[in-house]
Design a protein around this ligand. Structure first.
Ligand code: CO
Length: 270
């Protein structure tokens, strides 16, 4: 990628095709906007690496293989999706959700972000969860963290991380909630691993706080919320066995959001 425009005002982060997060500088004038984009025109300054072109070769081979196995594979897929699982995981490139669960395309609805956070004012996560619950009628919602999570590690550091501060604050809040348990763990690695688990647990609670989850569960007895941690040193998933029923019962003292008319009607019919 080219060099950033120098007469700049603000920093932005841009995902590049070659190597992830880069910092750019926003130009002050419209003309400079064009100069920035010219700088980033691939034909002029950027030669696609072989690995990038390989992706399209891989894709054609994959599509050919699927079609050879089943001529109607993509025609069937295009008709729609009926996944039973919503997976909320970390963006970490080493955690391959469908692959590690042995699921095929169409079987897992996925939402991923840094450190698998479910924040009450994050419209992205809320939209994914609501769509999965109300439209896809998923039976299970899985929040899956992973040991060695860079986001969780960053939240344990006393450092100003710019745009990441408000996001990582969600995890610092998990630490604050459980500081007595965490501070009692002398070994730093063990404390880190435990924060990964507690972060999953608290994000599960955040999912259960949502009206759409509570309402659908009252009516249909699903979805069930689960908390998992992936251990990339072994490739194995650990079920934290959170007590969904108990958490729901406990939080509804404060977060009961189930007074919608349609829920009341359905409860009376049952
Ligand atoms: Co992570």
């Amino acid at each position: 990628m080219g060099t950033p425009c120098r007469d700049a005002g603000r920093f932005v982060f841009v995902l590049t095709a070659s190597s992830g997060l880069r910092t750019l500088i926003l130009p002050r004038t419209a003309n400079n906007i064009y100069s920035v984009f010219r700088t980033f025109t691939p034909q002029k300054h950027y030669t696609m690496p072989q690995s990038y072109q390989d992706i399209f070769q891989n894709n054609r081979r994959w599509a050919d293989e699927k079609t050879a196995e089943n001529a109607e594979y993509f025609a069937e897929m295009a008709k729609g999706q009926t996944p039973e699982y919503l997976y909320i995981g970390c963006s970490d490139s080493r955690v391959a959700a469908e692959e590690m669960m042995g699921l095929k395309p169409g079987e897992l609805f996925v939402h991923r972000n840094v450190a698998n956070v479910v924040n009450g004012i994050d419209m992205n996560a809320a939209s994914a969860i609501q769509y999965a619950v109300e439209n896809l009628r998923v039976k299970h919602i899985i929040v899956c963290g992973h040991y060695g999570c860079g986001g969780v590690k960053a939240a344990m550091e006393p450092a100003d991380l710019g745009l990441l501060n408000p996001w990582l604050r969600n995890i610092r809040d998990v630490y604050r909630l459980h500081h007595a348990e965490l501070d009692a763990i002398a070994d730093e690695q063990e404390r880190y691993d435990r924060l990964v688990e507690l972060n999953v647990q608290e994000q599960c609670v955040n999912v259960i706080k949502m009206a759409c989850v509570q309402e659908r569960y009252i009516v249909d007895e699903f979805p069930i919320v689960h908390g998992w941690v992936f251990d990339m040193k072994t490739g194995l998933l650990k079920d934290l066995e959170i007590d969904f029923e108990q958490i729901l019962h406990d939080i509804q003292k404060i977060y009961d959001l189930t007074n919608s008319t349609w829920v009341m009607c359905r409860k009376q019919q049952q």
